[in-house]
Design a protein around this ligand. Structure first.
Ligand SMILES: [Zn+2]
Ligand SMILES: [Zn+2]
Ligand SMILES: [Zn+2]
Ligand SMILES: [Zn+2]
Length: 275
């Protein structure tokens, strides 16, 4: 404590004339080299100073992804870059569409993906690049993908509590479930990580659309007489199908209970009581 206050008192006091704005010419230096998303706090570094974001630590199995580097990574946070992340401010990507918000760079993705009223949704089909308003996404998906996509990867339901038997090939990662009356999309996502498979359900919509109902989901997976079940809190609304393993609200199936590439489970979707 003593030491840190000493350092503080030695900090150069900038006079008003000395306070200057800087410009970072290339924001890419603040992106994770694995997922290319903005680094967030915590950001980790190896002993050679290569960086990786907290979401990708698991993906790289704690081995540094830096060029020709295989050092362990994940124990040391990079406080220098974290201070920069907190001090670089950017405008929301939707500034042209009318959003007036500005954020520290490390927070911009969560705003743009979850909170911004001006953000567009992405088509839930993984390879498709279409983006649009929440309603246009639905029409696009039905118009462009339903006939082309094998029906075994897509389910349709009509609102009301329901459960389906879902089969996902673990390499397909996503199963899209849609509801035609209120035009809702739910995406069941599987992520294979080192110790097992994470399964989660997310809904594709603008979290700020007030008229949308709230849902929860349940998952149930049985193998060799073992049954795992999971009951979620409110389903997370996202603008696009995330490529990150979930940090909250998921069912974890350890490798010891995983058989083959086909993953079969029961998925239930339930309306939450709303005031
Ligand atoms: Zn990353
Ligand atoms: Zn490294
Ligand atoms: Zn915004
Ligand atoms: Zn599409």
């Amino acid at each position: 404590m003593e030491g840190s206050s000493n350092v503080h008192s030695q900090k150069r006091q900038r006079t008003e004339n000395e306070t200057r704005m800087g410009k970072l010419l290339d924001l890419d230096v603040l992106d994770c080299p694995v997922c290319f998303e903005p680094l967030t706090i915590p950001t980790f570094q190896c002993d050679d100073g290569h960086l990786v974001c907290r979401f990708c630590i698991v993906k790289v199995s704690n081995k540094c992804p830096g060029p020709a580097c295989n050092l362990p990574i994940g124990n040391n946070q990079c406080s220098a870059i974290e201070r920069i992340l907190n001090s670089v401010f950017v405008l929301c990507r939707n500034a042209d569409l009318g959003c007036k918000e500005r954020f520290s760079y490390g927070q911009v993705s969560s705003h743009e993906k979850e909170e911004c009223n001006f953000s567009l949704c992405s088509c839930p089909k993984l390879e498709c690049k279409y983006t649009g308003s929440y309603n246009s996404i639905y029409d696009h998906f039905i118009g462009s993908h339903i006939n082309n996509m094998s029906m075994k990867f897509i389910f349709c339901f009509v609102l009301g509590d329901f459960a389906i038997d879902a089969k996902i090939n673990i390499d397909d990662k996503n199963l899209v479930i849609w509801e035609p009356m209120e035009k809702l999309f739910f995406v069941v996502q599987c992520f294979r990580e080192r110790l097992g498979v994470y399964v989660t359900v997310r809904s594709i919509s603008q979290s700020t659309t007030p008229e949308l109902r709230k849902f929860s989901y349940s998952l149930s997976y049985s193998v060799d007489g073992h049954t795992l079940t999971y009951e979620s809190p409110e389903v997370k609304k996202l603008l696009d199908v995330s490529s990150h393993s979930p940090e909250e609200s998921f069912m974890f199936v350890p490798n010891s209970l995983f058989r083959g590439e086909m993953f079969e489970m029961k998925v239930g979707i339930k309306k939450l009581n709303q005031e």
